[in-house]
Write a protein that binds this ligand. Structure first.
Ligand SMILES: C[S@@+](CC[C@H](N)C(=O)[O-])C[C@H]1O[C@@H](n2cnc3c(N)ncnc32)[C@H](O)[C@@H]1O
Length: 300
């Protein structure tokens, strides 16, 4: 970590969401998430169709659209040329498992969630190494050939940081990624971003009751912070990818209402997640937020 960002770390923790804040949302039982995510437990927007496709959405399953998303990111980092692949915010490991299936020899996943780390370890996938640590302290031995990060960037700053502070944290992330990557390597990043809203609106709308200690980036913050370290060679804004994913999660959650109430925390938990998924769907459908994918080539 560079000297500037050390100053940004709140007392006793990371600049972004703490391990406790991540646990609050993610460590409520893998069996609970299994009820409404896809079987690979992918907890981020699927890719339902290409960026220039218009008209009615093609009829596809969530499973198929998630597989398309995994392959989009793996193709973006040219997985065929990667011996070592790093996933910052690996969740339950689906991206890296797919990377191993496509020829990667060493897959390193970072997560702050105890449940996710335990789940991945229990799979015993050859070549897979999961570390329960933040990218802020991660120090690999040697370089990596490709980096993916999907759905984690949303946790990298806390609400209330001013613009300069946010920019410093994001720059630190990109600087660190550049330092880990081999010459010619690429980073494929997916994040929810604020849409057409100003800072005052965002400060009130950020759902800290669901994701404590976390705030979203604006797309221009990502471009600016990455600029000294990466060339952004591709970017897409796909709010409908998340709206459709959320609608599918909501459908599955509702279908398991009785089981969630009986075995996973009662009516309160069901209502909490139902409300959160409903509100998020609305936000994507109204452009309050969008879903961005950025492919970045390491500057030499
Ligand atoms: C929404 S989940 C996405 C998981 C996975 N990428 C997927 O698409 O299913 C966010 C992930 O980011 C991780 N995360 C959040 N902050 C992090 C940090 N500072 N360093 C490493 N991982 C982090 C969480 O532990 C979690 O695994």
């Amino acid at each position: 970590m560079n000297a500037d960002s050390t100053l940004m770390v709140p007392q006793g923790g990371y600049a972004g969401a703490s391990a406790e804040a991540i646990s609050f949302h993610y460590d409520v039982g893998t069996d609970f998430y299994r009820l409404w995510l896809d079987p690979l437990l992918i907890y981020s927007a699927a890719r339902w169709r290409g960026p220039l496709d218009r008209g009615p959405m093609p009829v596809r399953s969530l499973e198929e659209a998630q597989r398309t998303k995994l392959d989009f990111h793996l193709d973006a980092v040219r997985v065929g040329e990667c011996r070592t692949l790093l996933d910052v915010g690996c969740g339950w490991g689906a991206m890296l498992k797919r990377g191993l299936d496509r020829g990667v020899e060493r897959a390193i996943g970072l997560t702050l969630s105890a449940d996710q780390a335990a789940y991945v370890e229990a799979q015993c996938w050859p070549g897979f190494e999961v570390r329960r640590e933040s990218y802020e302290v991660f120090a690999p031995e040697g370089t990596v050939d490709g980096i993916v990060s999907v759905g984690a960037f949303e946790h990298f700053v806390r609400p209330g940081y001013d613009a300069a502070h946010r920019q410093g944290v994001y720059r630190n992330f990109f600087e660190r990624c550049r330092g880990w990557l081999r010459t010619g390597g690429a980073l494929s990043l997916q994040s929810i971003c604020w849409g057409y809203v100003d800072r005052a609106y965002a400060a009130k709308a950020v759902p800290t009751y669901v994701f404590p200690d976390s705030d979203l980036p604006w797309p221009n913050e990502v471009f600016e912070a990455a600029n000294p370290f990466f060339d952004v060679i591709y970017a897409e804004s796909r709010a409908e990818d998340y709206a459709l994913t959320l609608r599918e999660w909501l459908r599955r959650l509702r279908a398991h209402k009785a089981e969630i109430i009986a075995n996973h925390g009662g009516e309160k938990i069901f209502d909490h997640y139902e409300k959160y998924l409903r509100r998020c769907t609305y936000a994507f459908e109204n452009n309050t937020v969008t879903l961005m994918r950025f492919v970045m080539a390491r500057r030499n």
